[in-house]
Design a protein. Structure first.
Length: 89
């Protein structure tokens, strides 16, 4: 049962509203100074959750994380110079 999840950054107005934001996903981080929170939400539900969060009066904006869609396999990566030499005695 491997569920793909996606990050969602929620910008809000007051820290006291963080409890209501927590209900919509798994809260990972919240910044007091910059007033944003990072949630993880199932990819199938991210559209619905984003709409629900935008309807809240204290939410300024939401941003989706693009990490699941970024290719992390690099084809022409050069080998590390330190790993080219064998230091075995």
């Amino acid at each position: 049962m491997d569920v793909s999840r996606q990050g969602l950054v929620v910008w809000f107005q007051h820290m006291k509203n963080l409890r209501q934001i927590k209900r919509h996903g798994h809260l990972v981080y919240a910044s007091k100074k910059m007033r944003y929170a990072v949630l993880y939400v199932d990819q199938e539900e991210i559209g619905e959750v984003e709409v629900r969060l935008q309807k809240l009066s204290f939410v300024s904006r939401t941003e989706r994380s693009e990490k699941p869609f970024v290719n992390t396999t690099f084809e022409n990566a050069l080998p590390d110079k330190a790993k080219q030499y064998d230091y075995k005695f």
